[in-house]
Design a protein around this ligand. Structure first.
Ligand code: ZN
Length: 217
């Protein structure tokens, strides 16, 4: 009897000490409620499905944290490349991925980066100020996350970052690709070769091949 009572109070104390939604879920099989919107707080909900998080800008904040990282890597690469000695004039490395092709088919050439051929790369990032798409390429109100372009060779790279739930990676890739296909077509009428790079970093930390592909390039 004594032992049983002690046992049950130990259990109660344990319950009282650890009243976390996760534990309640484990013990009772109930979905805990989201502290922001009262929907069942599944991991998926918290990381990518909460409308309150969405309207409060929490997902945007996370997206921008990832974007800042990517942008700083590209900016470093850009300045390093622009400061290299000039290459023989007019020589353009055409080993980029053409529209509609997936990065996996890309084979890395000896000359490592797709930026190597020229020294006038410019980079705009949609972070601290609203990105205005370079009007010399095309006039558009679309605001991708990053635009990297070279006026002399009329080469442009448009980067769109998504931080999806893992299942959404493929879908996000296609959606972004389609979003910018008209822009690329219009730009080509102005003589620009525009490459669209939709990249995904899953919200549970999974980095899609599109992202590692971009960084390799
Ligand atoms: Zn919620």
């Amino acid at each position: 009897m004594e032992g049983a009572r002690r046992g049950s109070s130990v259990i109660r104390a344990t319950y009282d000490l650890l009243p976390s939604p996760q534990n309640l879920k484990a013990w009772y099989g109930e979905d805990p409620t989201c502290s922001l919107c009262q929907e069942p707080a599944s991991l998926r909900h918290i990381l990518s499905g909460c409308t309150t998080s969405l309207t409060q800008g929490r997902y945007t904040w996370r997206h921008n944290q990832v974007l800042r990282e990517l942008a700083s890597i590209l900016e470093q690469k850009r300045t390093t490349t622009n400061n290299l000695p000039q290459t023989s004039a007019g020589q353009v490395n055409t080993n980029f991925v053409s529209a509609g092709k997936h990065q996996e088919h890309y084979t890395t050439p000896k000359d490592t980066s797709i930026l190597q051929s020229v020294r006038d790369w410019k980079l705009e990032v949609d972070l601290d100020k609203k990105l205005v798409f370079p009007p010399e390429i095309v006039a558009t109100t679309l605001r991708p996350d990053m635009v990297l372009w070279s006026p002399t060779t009329k080469l442009a790279y448009v980067v769109e970052l998504t931080v999806p739930w893992e299942d959404g990676v493929e879908e996000a890739y296609e959606r972004k690709k389609n979003k910018y296909s008209d822009l690329a077509a219009e730009a080509s009428q102005n003589g620009w070769k525009t490459n669209i790079f939709p990249v995904e970093v899953g919200c549970r930390g999974f980095v899609a091949t599109s992202t590692t592909g971009l960084l390799r390039k």
